[in-house]
Design a protein around this ligand. Structure first.
Ligand SMILES: [Mg+2]
Length: 307
């Protein structure tokens, strides 16, 4: 692990380096507050031992700079000072330091405090990664890897709020695989799952970066198109329809013919309804229903009428 030592006194730096040497840490040292900040940005060390009293920029000021920078603010800082002053200690903790070492250095104490804070940092990183992974899993459909309903609803709510402020329209596409029951009946659930995964990959590969493609339900896909008007949404829905129609779905030596029906709804006015989101989806659902009724494998769209 990387440790950055900051002290204006070369003797102190040498002493700390001697103490830490047997532990196989990667040690870096600088002698001024100015260098401390730039070196921290460059190295992103796992721990900083930071002298408080230095000419020019003090250790406290360096700490503040680091805590104000989102990329490095979580690097733990142990303050180092000659004086065992309670006010200094309090100020150090207030500014975000995690611990305190006083001069003259006691070898065992330095080693123990450094070890403790490096271990803590590792634990926090592991925990953060775990939380991110759990969060990611809770937003992902396990079969297709697409966003799930929960994730889509959250982003749709966000988009609705953005829309209230900016008044730029957004659109949604609700799509449903045609005759999915027949696919399952003919090729078994393995065949049905294959079609879902293949189709999800096809849509994900061909969608724009800003769009959210989600598995809304069994064989239903909902695509959120931020800041997209009716003509853009219609164009995309038609593009997806053709892509799917012409794609080769091969399962177990069979070629499966797959098509989808699409309902498209552009939102450009917010009515008084408490269930704005629900109403937006309902309208797309009505369009999808029309598409199915009119013979499937087609796009039906509607844009809201301003009230
Ligand atoms: Mg000093």
């Amino acid at each position: 692990m990387k440790i950055l030592l900051v002290d204006d006194d070369a003797d102190n730096l040498n002493l700390l380096q001697e103490i830490l040497k047997p532990k196989n840490y990667q040690i870096f040292a600088v002698q001024s507050g100015n260098d401390a900040f730039s070196k921290t940005k460059e190295l992103e060390p796992d721990l900083i031992l930071l002298d408080i009293v230095m000419p020019g920029i003090s250790g406290f000021e360096v700490c503040q700079q680091i805590k104000n920078d989102p990329h490095i603010k979580n690097i733990p800082i142990i303050f180092v000072s000659a004086c065992n002053d309670i006010e200094d200690m309090t100020e150090g903790f207030r500014l975000g330091g995690v611990d305190y070492i006083t001069k003259p250095f006691r070898k065992e104490e330095v080693l123990a405090r450094v070890h403790t804070h490096l271990q803590l940092k590792l634990l926090i990183e592991e925990k953060t990664k775990l939380i991110e992974k759990l969060d990611q899993n809770s937003r992902t459909d396990s079969l297709t890897g697409l966003s799930n309903r929960r994730d889509l609803l959250e982003k749709l709510n966000y988009e609705a709020k953005r829309f209230e402020r900016s008044k730029n329209p957004f659109s949604i596409i609700l799509a449903d695989i045609d005759n999915f029951k027949a696919i399952n009946d003919t090729y078994g659930h393995g065949g049905g799952d294959y079609v879902l995964v293949e189709l999800a990959n096809l849509l994900a590969r061909n969608s724009r970066d800003q769009d959210i493609v989600s598995r809304w339900g069994g064989e239903e896909i909902l695509i959120l198109l931020p800041e997209t008007d009716a003509s853009g949404a219609k164009y995309l829905a038609e593009k997806y329809r053709k892509l799917i129609e012409s794609h080769n779905f091969h399962f177990d030596g069979n070629q499966i013919s797959v098509t989808m029906s699409f309902g498209v709804n552009m939102v450009f006015s917010k009515n008084d309804s408490n269930d704005f989101i629900e109403a937006v989806i309902k309208r797309a659902d009505n369009c999808l229903y029309e598409a199915k009724k009119n013979g499937k494998n087609q796009v039906v769209y509607l844009h809201e009428v301003e009230i």
